[in-house]
Every structure is written in structure tokens, then in C-alpha cells.
Design a protein around this ligand. Structure first.
Ligand code: PGA
Length: 254
């Protein structure tokens, strides 16, 4: 059965000390809570990865990066390879976040290379997909997301899918305070699962966690996570506040 996951995406926030304080607090919270049914991931800036990974004591908590290069090494100034991320002790990487797609012009073909590079380095991937407002208004959201999945995961096997988590993040909901309704989220999550089932079979699709992202916070996580196909969240702004993030984690009781 698929796992419940609450992942934080810190984006470009928190200096080294602030970040380690937050990671330590969340880890301690998870040690105390003794929850076994939810996995917590903190996707930090690169500078935190190593030290944050070292301080973890709760088996429920993992550290991830927010991007990786599609290349394995070489003269690519400023880039970080998946193997470098893996060497820090981090175990996850977000690929295809809408901010990478829009500000860095990352297309599905490049993202597919990044997914392969990450899996080769034995990282687990949080693969993001989601439509912009205009696409939803034109009723194109399913087509856009299906293309992102088909092209982004091209050549990825069903075995590899075991190491991939999907995050559905409607771009119009990211950082805007506007959240998808629980029905909108459920509809898209079920659709994403059907796209995965078509490609990988029903069992693999059923075992894949699909997270919702976009203005998810303590006041809406209960209703969003109550939906059948919503297996947790990818949390931006609210993952920077210990209380909010831990309250969202507590949406899952066990
Ligand atoms: P938000 O960001 O929760 O601040 O909307 C989510 C994300 O971009 O992953």
C-alpha cells in the first residue's frame, strides 16, 4: 500500500542556522510523536543537505533537495549533480517544480533527463506536475498534466516508479493563498492515477503516492488529505513554520 507523505519545500528560504533549527525541531517532534504511518520529508536548499541529514534521529524523517542537474559531472558552473546530493545523506529530490519550469525554462525533455539522473544516483524523486490558470480556464488541465507525466516519465519502468512520488500542484494555487477545492484535487489525483495505470498497470498506480501542493496549510489539510487519492502534501510557505508544518503532519493520526 502507498505511504502517506508530508513534504516541505523550503524554496530559497532560511539561512544555514535557521534551517538546521527547523530541521531539528521537526525531527524532534517526529521522534516524540512516534508516528509510523506518515513519512516526513524536508526539501531544503543545497547548503543544508549535509548537516540536516546528519542531525536526523527519527526514522520517519528524510531530507531532500529541490532540483538536480541532468548531467553527472563536468564543466557546468553552479550545477549540483544527483550523486552529489546523494553523497550528503539526502534521499529525495524534487524535479519539475513549476518555479523551475517557468523561471528556468525547464521543459519535459530536460526534466525526464533529470528524473533518470536522480534515479541513477539512487535518489527518490518527487515529480511535480500542474497546470497554469489559463490552461484550467480552457479546460486543458488534464491534457497538460498527462503530457507532463508522459514526457517527464518517458522510459521510466514500473520498478523505477516505486521510487517516484507525484506532486500535483496547480500553478494558480502555489503561493497565492488560493487552494484547489477538495473535489478539484481529488478529480486530478484520480486522473493522474489513471494515467499511471494506463502506463504501468493498476497495481503500480495504486502504490504510487500522489501529493497535493498549492497553499496547503493547517486550515485545509484535513479536508484535502481526506480525499481518496490525496496521499499527503507538498507544502511551501507553511513548511517554514514548525507549528504549521507539524499540525499538517498531524492530519495523519497514526
Ligand atoms: P505553497 O507552495 O504551499 O507556498 O503554495 C507549494 C509548492 O510550491 O511546493
Amino acid at each position: 500500500m502507498r505511504r502517506k507523505i508530508v513534504a516541505g519545500n523550503w524554496k530559497m528560504n532560511l539561512n544555514l542556522h535557521e534551517g538546521l533549527d527547523l530541521a531539528r525541531s521537526v525531527d524532534r517532534y517526529m521522534q516524540k510523536s512516534k508516528k509510523t504511518d506518515v513519512d516526513v520529508i524536508m526539501c531544503t536548499p543545497y547548503i543544508h543537505l549535509s548537516k540536516a541529514s546528519e542531525l536526523l534521529a527519527s526514522p520517519a524523517v528524510s531530507i531532500g533537495a529541490q532540483d538536480c542537474s541532468d548531467k553527472s559531472s563536468g564543466a557546468y558552473t553552479g550545477e549540483i549533480s544527483a550523486a552529489m546530493i546523494s553523497s550528503t545523506g539526502a534521499t529525495y529530490v524534487i524535479i519539475g517544480h513549476s518555479e523551475r519550469r517557468s523561471y528556468h525554462k525547464e521543459d519535459n525533455e530536460l526534466l525526464n533527463k533529470k528524473v533518470k539522473a536522480a534515479l541513477d544516483a539512487r535518489l527518490k524523486v518527487i515529480f511535480c506536475c500542474g497546470e497554469v490558470l489559463e490552461e484550467r480556464e480552457k479546460n486543458l488541465h488534464r491534457d497538460v498534466v498527462s503530457k507532463q507525466l508522459r514526457e517527464g516519465l518517458a522510459g521510466i519502468s514500473a520498478d523505477d516508479l516505486d521510487n517516484i512520488v507525484i506532486a500535483y500542484e496547480p500553478v494558480w494555487a502555489i503561493g497565492t493563498g488560493v487552494t484547489a477545492s477538495k473535489d478539484q484535487a481529488q478529480e486530478m489525483h484520480a486522473y493522474i492515477r489513471s494515467v499511471l495505470a494506463e502506463k504501468y498497470g493498476k497495481e503500480s498506480a495504486e502504490n504510487t503516492a500522489i501529493l497535493y501542493g498549492g497553499s496547503c496549510k493547517p486550515s485545509n489539510s484535513v479536508e484535502l488529505f481526506s480525499m481518496n487519492d490525496v496521499d499527503g502534501g507538498l507544502i511551501g510557505g507553511a513548511s517554514l513554520k514548525e507549528d504549521d508544518f507539524c499540525t499538517i503532519i498531524d492530519t495523519f493520526p497514526g
